[in-house]
Write a protein that binds this ligand. Structure first.
Ligand code: 4AD
Ligand code: MG
Length: 420
């Protein structure tokens, strides 16, 4: 039976079988050292007899006794039997520096490199922690459709798909509107899946296909919405710190800033944020969205995430509820992650009044017919409600401290890349 490398400490002194790949090889004549990875971890296998040179990525089955390194907290295999499953051809990814294009062209192989391995492990912890937190907090997972009849987040980033006799469909930009429908059946809901944006922006924060978690809560207003977000993000970061010490080390991620991520997060209104950014040398405007640069400036100025609340209504989505104190503004917040990372969550209280919502559709030039079902939600037991959505790659990039979100997703899709 196969033993996983991560479980070797439990089998010290026993004879076990490992199945994996050779990621490094060194021989001093009489003795050979293989570095083996099996998906769960990495270890050294010692072969006490001369063997022919092995190519990187050769797949192997090894049987031997587990021993502890005399000085380090490391376990190795004293090999008694070595079986080669396939001798790999010369592997294109080597120890030398490769450019990002070469690595992205070889993404199907690059995924095996230790850093890329570590990133996917952290991403896995983030999504698993999200499911765990949602389950503990009475949220029901609802799967939103991907083929949709209308825009959710503005019409400029829609992907169109021909759709039989009905003409056109659009790939979902966010499941939010459908999750809003579901809260009237389940109270608190979330979805988690791929979404699509025909983003013209070629920045380190944008993909055309990415994973979003949309959460939605009945009877929850703006302030409580932010509290829920803080708790979720805190929980996720704690889980990564608990489960992924080894991965964070491979990524050379300084964990001190992550340890500080506990509620309450900072809160600034958009007006206050603009003032702060301008003081710090940026060019943000009171009546405009924050740009990528502005977010970076703000993000670097705080040691914990910052909520920027109450953006100008005219630059935000049609469904956001106006701030009763100042009707040019909406009851929304973007959560800006620290260390230069920028927005990881977008959320808001939703407009629950049908008359107001009809006005908004008109202002945004959205066709009423496509939203009749959504308007129905305001006719049958409408309640104040709020929600938010996080981008999984943005969250992963921040927690792993990656330069670009493209490394946070297994197979990135960007304007100029759809292969492999
Ligand atoms: O801020 P956004 O556009 O909000 C929504 O879509 C809402 N419907 C969510 C909701 O309230 N349920 O997107 C949410 C998050 C952003 O904060 C960001 O983390 C991520 O999705 N995101 C992207 N990630 C990668 N590439 C892109 N092009 C992204 N656009 C948004
Ligand atoms: Mg946003």
């Amino acid at each position: 039976m196969q033993t996983w490398i991560k479980d070797l400490p439990k089998h010290c002194g026993e004879t076990v079988m490992l199945k994996g790949w050779v990621y490094n090889w060194r021989s001093s004549g009489k003795i050979a050292f293989l570095q083996i990875r099996d998906g769960s971890g990495f270890c050294q296998a010692v072969i006490n007899e001369p063997i022919p040179k092995m190519t990187l990525e050769t797949s192997v089955i090894l049987t031997g006794k587990v021993s502890k390194h005399p000085k380090k907290e490391e376990y190795e295999l004293q090999v008694e039997d070595l079986k080669v499953v396939q001798t790999a051809e010369e592997y294109p990814i080597g120890k030398k520096e490769h450019g990002p294009d070469f690595l992205l062209d070889n993404r199907h192989l690059w995924l095996r490199s230790s850093k890329q391995w570590a990133i996917q492990k952290v991403r896995n912890t983030i999504s698993y922690a999200t499911y765990e937190w949602m389950e503990k907090n009475n949220f029901t997972r609802i799967d939103a459709p991907i083929l949709t009849p209308a825009a959710c987040e503005g019409t400029t980033t829609l992907f169109e798909v021909p759709y039989f006799d009905l003409g056109k469909a659009y790939l979902s930009q966010s499941g939010q509107l459908y999750i809003e429908a579901a809260i009237f059946a389940h109270g608190r809901c979330y979805d988690f899946g791929p979404v699509f944006r025909a983003e013209k922006s070629k920045t380190r924060r944008h993909l055309t296909e990415f994973w979003m978690m949309d959460a939605e809560m009945a009877f929850v207003e703006h302030d409580e919405n932010l509290k829920i977000q803080e708790e979720l993000i805190h929980f996720i970061v704690q889980k990564v710190l608990e489960k992924n010490q080894g991965e964070l080390k491979i990524l050379e991620r300084d964990i001190e800033p992550l340890k500080k991520i506990a509620p309450p997060f900072y809160r600034l209104t958009h007006i206050e944020a603009v003032k702060k950014i301008r003081e710090l040398g940026g060019h943000a405007k009171e009546d405009d969205d924050l740009g990528g640069e502005d977010e970076t400036i703000l993000s670097k100025a705080f040691d914990k995430p910052v909520f920027v609340e109450k953006y100008p209504a005219k630059i935000k989505a049609f469904y956001m509820k106006r701030d009763p104190q100042n009707t040019d503004r909406v009851l929304c917040a973007d959560l800006i992650a620290p260390e230069g990372f920028g927005e990881i969550i977008g959320g808001s209280q939703r407009e629950e009044n049908i008359e107001a919502l009809l006005e908004r559709l008109k202002e945004h030039h959205l066709p009423r017919e496509a939203f009749e079902w959504y308007l129905d939600l305001r006719k049958y037991g409408s309640v104040p409600h709020s929600g938010f959505g996080y981008g999984l790659e943005r969250l992963t990039a921040w927690i792993c401290k990656l330069e670009h979100v493209r490394e946070a997703i297994p197979f990135p899709r960007m304007i100029y890349r759809i292969t492999p």
